[in-house]
Ligand binder design. Sequence first.
Ligand SMILES: Cc1cc2nc3c(=O)[nH]c(=O)nc-3n(C[C@H](O)[C@H](O)[C@H](O)COP(=O)(O)OP(=O)(O)OC[C@H]3O[C@@H](n4cnc5c(N)ncnc54)[C@H](O)[C@@H]3O)c2cc1C
Length: 419
Amino acid sequence: MTYFDLNLDLTDEDNAIREAAHKFAKEVMRPLSIELDRMSPEEVVAAESPLWGFLKQAYELGYHKGAFPVEVGGLGFTPIQSHILMEELFWGSTGLGAVLLLAAWPYVKILHAMDMELIEEFVVPFCQCTDASVTGSWAITEPDHGSDSLNVGEPFWSDPSIKMQLSAREEGDQWVLNGQKSAWVSCGPTATHSMVNVQIDTTMGPAGGGVCILPLDLPGISRGKALDKHGARDLPQGELFFDNVQIPKRWMFTGPEEYGEWVITNLGFGNTGVSVGALGLARAGFEETLSYAKDRVQGGKPLIEHYSIKVRIHRMFAKVEAIRAMSRAVWNVNTRAFPPLAEYAFAAKTFCTEAAVEVIDEGLQIHGANGLTKEYFIEKLWRDARSLTIADGENSVLNRQGGHILKDTFPRTSVNLIA
Ligand SMILES: Cc1cc2nc3c(=O)[nH]c(=O)nc-3n(C[C@H](O)[C@H](O)[C@H](O)COP(=O)(O)OP(=O)(O)OC[C@H]3O[C@@H](n4cnc5c(N)ncnc54)[C@H](O)[C@@H]3O)c2cc1C
């Protein structure tokens, strides 16, 4: 099923991108996500897993680099085109969509850092890659520091008594990393590279951080076993361990001076992306439920013929359209702005994920007891949806930060567009 787009100015090219992405999401991603959902975490990340075939196909189509500029080998999609692409991929599967988004994440951030040497070293090979042999991840959270690692501006952010679990110390012309990251690192078990947040200056507490990019096959790096979760089981997650891992100085592209700003900027872009994940998922749940309501007969007629079901279905529809409107508006600005408008990104992430959870929950309710069984797709969507309000920052932590930003910026009068 495709949807009617309220943007009447879409070009033939925009529509062609949607059609192709929808076909891939429907024929490859959705069936695979159902298959992976039923496998063990170890099977999902094993060498013979069908996950790798999906990644190769996606890379061949260029879906890992849609929004990257043509100058570095990307497809140069417009903001609307990349939003359309991501909505369709997330419609196919939020987990597999996240695998693709995370694959690109370190390289997006290197582009933002505008370090030409690192762009040549890391971004260009990623964009040139057509066989998924270069994939990324982002490791910031730690077993004892989830929200702590994102809570910029809280009094404890600069508390030296808070010791992070991954530190980096300077040794000659290298950084040496010791410690670990949490079991929630998306693609931790599968990625070839990671963008890793480390504590550099312990006298500054969590604020004394730095960010580096590194390949995950360096001596001293090991990985935990893939996490067993109730939802998003097609998104592999797991710990990363660092034992005297040496990296050249140039790979540490952010230091303590700009660290807090970096975390907010990164969340601003990441949260904008998660809002699209919520959109794809919510739309999938709405479509699934409408279709079910047309088939299921109660009271002598299909559910959809009953007054109250029409009301409930239309409310789901309204939420999906509201999610798209907000997500696309914020994406349209934040993919062109530096720094992104973080208060809008946090608003989009929290609003869209919570609305998506409501849509999916109502969808399951309309399925009745059938919705609780694995025979019906809504059961998987319900499990997948739940993680969205926690991923990339727990929602109330993000709202707190959004309020903190509004305190100083409202009403905002300008945005710094870079493209
Ligand atoms: C699907 C998914 C994908 C993820 N991907 C990644 C990834 O790629 N890389 C990565 O590094 N991490 C990843 N994470 C981890 C994610 O960022 C954290 O789960 C999230 O930031 C919350 O941290 P936590 O789970 O440790 O919860 P906690 O920080 O322990 O929070 C628990 C509760 O306490 C509240 N709380 C916490 N601190 C405060 C405070 N100071 N004041 C008041 N209330 C507070 C929170 O609001 C929350 O409700 C992912 C998580 C999920 C679910």
